[in-house]
Design a protein around this ligand. Sequence first.
Ligand SMILES: [Zn+2]
Length: 89
Amino acid sequence: MNPVRTCVGCRQRGNRSDLIRIANFQGNLSVDSEKKMPGRGSWLHKKTKCLETAVERKAFVRSFRGKVNEEQVTDLFKQIEQAEMMLEI
Ligand SMILES: [Zn+2]
């Protein structure tokens, strides 16, 4: 049993194990590598393109219902890049 989640970038669905979880915990966006942080989560494919699409579409801001700002999204972007989590362009 592998739950399916929707990527905030491309809007395609994928297996939970193929997506990374972004958590908004107490107003801070972070990569939830263990996929068990409390708070609302957004899911993203491990693809740079999906990340870029999500940023362009302001999908994170929407997904977290306006509770995050662009600056937080930029920081998140850096976190993901530094962690080299993206497996594909
Ligand atoms: Zn995607």
